[in-house]
Design a binder for this molecule. Sequence first.
Ligand SMILES: [Cu+2]
Length: 188
Amino acid sequence: MKNIILSAIAVAITMVSCNQKNKQEETVNSETSKPETATVKVNPTSFSIKEIVTNYLSLKNALTKDDSNATADAGKALVETLGKIDMKKLSGEQMKTYMDIADDVKEHAEHIGDNAGNIAHQREHFVLMSKDINDLIKTFGTEQKLYQDFCPMADEGKGAIWISELKDIKNPYFGSEMLTCGSVRKEF
Ligand SMILES: [Cu+2]
């Protein structure tokens, strides 16, 4: 019994420290990546974030199905994709913008990949990852039709966006609990 209590405390401490880290990351992120001013013109034929977006969308779709294991697998696939992106086509300034955002995406993808069975924690990271993906799309564009959706109840009532390839709302933050909560905010 004592062991159970102790390990419960250890888990609680781990979760708190992880949450604090997320908050720090978010602060840093909101200070460094000002999406409106970060837009850099890129030759559309030479550099593409398509594969990153495809992996993000599978992750998002796994969350809409409340499938924590599939979400973790998609997170791992995203980490792998990020490792393969060819940045040589980017200029110095573009590369810096890309790397700032991609490093953040990678960190969230790693946490999501490592947290199979803890969908609540995966969804916490998905809040921040979705902001990053939104920034990447704004900066580097998309050939695919995409939607920016918003759920006012996500992230403990603070509200959060996600990116979707679907016109219909399928909420990754609540899944089957509230699948159609939210609205389309923007089209890319
Ligand atoms: Cu985490």
